[in-house]
Design a protein around this ligand. Structure first.
Ligand code: SAM
Length: 278
């Protein structure tokens, strides 16, 4: 047994694809619209006609689908065979036999694979590179994929110091087997639910509709995001300034930044590749 399957059997990796498979059962048109909206807002575009788009770590395939619907020529890949199957399922549902949407299994840590892909107008890797086990290598590996003048849209977990280190322990226990999963869900689901209830009161949100409203966050689903958060291992984090400095040193300019205000979650960055412009 090698690669992904071996990492799962050694409890070194969360099975993201299994969670995305469950997510596909709640995917509806509203979530797809929210995914398209999130791409348009962050990238500052109305459509992607004539653009090439690579989805590094495509997960459910929702953002590949959104990009294809916006007119881009899409290449999706993921390390988890079940995530690849989800992305293929969405292509089958919405763009069957489409030559402008390629889906395959691959790793962002595999330089030989990446070397054969060429360059893209938009490189999208949301919530992926911190789950590879080699985040800084993965960040370096995506930079050559961005065409001159092209955009890189990434989301990376925020570094909360000691709190982030403690979450690693939770994730390791979650991935250790059924008992670990059961215990962490038992412990943290009530904690998350209570946190949401308090936030609903403070923000004057209706607690009965707020779970559905979560769709507005990139078309995602609360419960699937809780599972992804609890299990999501390997897990690394970075401060926004570390990500900025890294890409600045590599000839990229920051176009848009959305932080999680120092809390738990991802900071989102859109950079432009100015590297080879005169
Ligand atoms: C949290 S999900 C994010 C999925 C999607 N980008 C999104 O925004 O919904 C992380 C994904 O990264 C994938 N992944 C982890 N390591 C990877 C690697 N080395 N190469 C490619 N994909 C990887 C996982 O299999 C999983 O599908």
């Amino acid at each position: 047994m090698t690669g992904h399957a071996a990492e799962i059997s050694k409890s070194e990796r969360f099975e993201f694809g299994a969670n995305w498979t469950r997510f596909l059962s709640v995917l509806d048109e509203e979530r797809i619209e929210q995914a398209k909206k999130s791409l348009k807002q962050m990238l500052g575009v109305e459509d992607m006609e004539g653009k090439s788009f690579i989805d590094v770590g495509s997960g459910s395939g929702l953002f590949s689908l959104a990009a294809r619907m916006l007119g881009a020529k899409v290449h999706s890949f993921d390390y988890d065979p079940k995530s690849v199957a989800c992305t293929k399922e969405l292509r089958h549902r919405y763009f069957s036999d489409d030559p402008n949407w390629k889906v395959e299994e691959g790793s962002v840590l595999d330089k030989d694979y990446l070397n054969g892909l060429g360059q893209f107008d938009i490189v999208y890797s949301w919530g992926v590179l911190h789950h590879t086990g080699q985040m800084w290598q993965a960040l370096a590996n995506v930079t050559p994929l961005v065409a001159k003048g092209g955009k890189l849209f990434i989301a990376i977990y925020n570094d909360q110091g000691g709190t982030s280190r403690r979450w690693i322990i939770v994730k390791k226990i979650y991935c250790s087997g059924w008992l670990g999963r059961f215990m962490m869900k038992l412990l943290f689901y009530p904690y998350f639910a209570l946190g949401r209830a308090v936030a609903d009161v403070l923000k004057r949100r209706n607690p009965f509709t707020s779970y559905g409203e979560y769709k507005k966050s990139r078309g995602m689903s609360v419960i699937h995001d809780w599972v992804d958060w609890l299990g999501g291992y390997p897990f690394e984090v970075a401060k926004p300034e570390e990500i900025f400095d890294f890409f600045h040193a590599n000839g990229f300019t920051l176009l848009r930044l959305k932080t999680c205000a120092g809390g738990l979650g991802c900071n989102e960055f859109v950079f432009v590749n100015k590297a080879s412009e005169g």
